[in-house]
Design a protein around this ligand. Sequence first.
Ligand code: UFG
Length: 326
Amino acid sequence: MRILVTGGAGYIGSVVTAHLVEAGHEVVVLDNLVTGHRDAVAPEATFVEGDIADASVTGPVLADGIEAVMHFAAYSLVGESAEHPEKYYRNNVVGTFGLLEAMREAGTPSLVFSSSAATYGEPEVVPITEDAPTRPTNAYGATKLAMDHMIGFYCAAHGLGAVSLRYFNVAGAFGTRGERHAVETHLIPLVLQVPLGQREAISVFGTDYPTPDGTAIRDYIHVNDLSRAHLLAVAACTPGEHRIYNLGCGDGFSVREVLEVCREVTGEPIPAVEVGRRAGDPARLVASSERIQAELGWLPEFGLPDMVRDAWAFAQYRANDFPDEV
Ligand code: UFG
């Protein structure tokens, strides 16, 4: 297929682009490089620097034989979204509206969208199914939900075939492609900065959660497993249908358990400092991925030690080969 990947210079988009190219697809990456990295884009892909909201860019790209769009381009910092919701609504919601309009104009039939577990908010029941109430607790999650709703209405009214994948906690790396955020907030890359000598200790946010060891529990999924789901999803797009699938492994790991795996993988002690809760963090987020397993035959292949091993190899590669960028 000829596929447009928006945000293909970012962490997840660059991994999926590499997998699409490996699988023989023709890929065009559209990225404004605000948070992405040009050198993360697979050399076999065509690269277009531009914004999803700019119809003068998306129009000609889509008209050039694009059969499906994978839409990753978005802002994704929960804390920042609380301070600047306008930034999130403009880039995520208005940007996606522009992209959907350009797709409608060009007659692009299929869309795979990066949605988020943040659309659910604090769950009443765990594991979280796709039928759970959607009550996002931050602007980031609210924009992802607004985009999901918009896509659903475009499917019903205009015959678009779409799949929204609601990611839980994505981790790991695919070779030289991994997390390279200017502002890093995610647990595993932050923990790995300690054995690299870039951070003295990791802060554990909250030890009084109603969980067995008092720290918050998340469902971690390897970026390679996540990527594979995108290739299955694009093949499953059906005109007029909007499918929503959760993507996690169905296992919860506490912050302390993640730390322990990081210590085992790196062989380093990794000191931790216990501090107060981070605002807005739910106690326990674990996915039920039964729907995608049943309907698309997706199954995770990698566990938490694999994610940490690959993230660690990637972090060492970046620190050794690009020491000035640390
Ligand atoms: N944590 C720490 N110390 C840190 C960083 C994180 O203890 O230095 C804890 C957090 O409090 C949380 C857990 O580690 O309990 C995981 O935190 P992350 O920031 O790695 O991930 P989140 O669960 O907060 O966020 C992820 C995605 C978001 C998405 C959210 C809900 O990164 O985009 O899941 O789906 F919104």
